[in-house]
Each structure stands twice: as C-alpha cells, then as structure tokens.
Write a protein that binds this ligand. Structure first.
Ligand code: THU
Length: 133
C-alpha cells in the first residue's frame, strides 16, 4: 500500500459523504499495521453538533473492529482552491489517543497529485495523550 493508493481510497470514500448542511465532502482512509484499511466520510446532522468527521468515522470503525495499531491516514476534503483541507483539532486529538505521534503519518490530499505528508507530532505539537495520565 503506497501513499497514492491510500489517497485514492480517501477520495473514493469522500463520495459517501453525508453533508447536506455544509456541502463539504471529506473522505479518509486509515491504514493499520496489519495492512487492513478502514475508510470513513463525514456524516452531518440536522442538529449540527452530532456531526462526525471523516477521520473519526474511519478510526471509530477500525477501533470497533478491534484494531489498535495504526500506520497512516489519508484525508481528502475539497479539491479546489485554496487547496488542502487539514484535519480538525478534534480529529487530531482522536489520532493522539490511538497513535504514536512520532510515527503516525497524516497525508492531507486534494488529489493524487497534490498532497502533503506529516507526522502527527508536527500537526499536534505537545499533544495530550494516554501517556500523560
Ligand atoms: N470535516 C471533516 O470531515 N474532517 C475534518 O477534519 C474537518 C471537517 C467535516 C465536518 C463537516 O461535515 C464538514 O467537514 C464541514 O466542517
């Protein structure tokens, strides 16, 4: 599984987005250490606050299936200008719960040609995680 394949799965998952309120479609593809991939999309709600982001949908699907070892996530939001749509703070915090921030890779993509790769620790510096308790 290379970066481009993971991005392609995130872009495909974006098509499942349920986003009648924002019209902002997001898809994610989460790669586990065992090679399995869990995809997710954003799922909005008429009451707004129950909305779940694509990244968290993917994580919650995976964790609920017993996964505990995560390698990378690709996230793809709006593909037009101004460009890349980065994971929100809540999703970064959820990643912090389940991933090693010095190893977990976050790929932010608008297409297979336009993407940036980060470590979680670089997009969530001084993160608060399970080791802090
Ligand atoms: N959204 C995501 O799915 N992931 C993020 O990291 C940022 C925001 C979704 C939530 C909402 O459905 C829409 O994008 C607009 O905020």
């Amino acid at each position: 599984m290379d970066n481009v394949e993971l991005i392609q799965k995130a872009i495909a998952a974006r098509e499942m987005s349920y986003s009648p309120y924002s019209g902002f479609k997001v898809g994610a593809a989460l790669l586990c250490g065992n090679g399995k991939i869990y995809t997710g999309c954003n799922i909005e709600n008429a009451a707004y606050s129950p909305t779940n982001c694509a990244e968290r949908t993917a994580f919650f699907k995976a964790v609920s299936e017993g996964e505990a070892d995560f390698v990378a996530i690709a996230v793809s939001g709006w593909a037009g200008e101004p460009g890349l749509a980065y994971p929100c703070g809540v999703c970064r915090q959820v990643m912090m719960e389940f991933c090693d921030p010095g190893r977990f890779i976050v790929i932010v993509a608008s297409s297979v040609d336009k993407y940036q790769i980060y470590l979680l620790k670089d997009i969530l510096p001084f993160g608060f995680g399970p080791n802090c308790l």
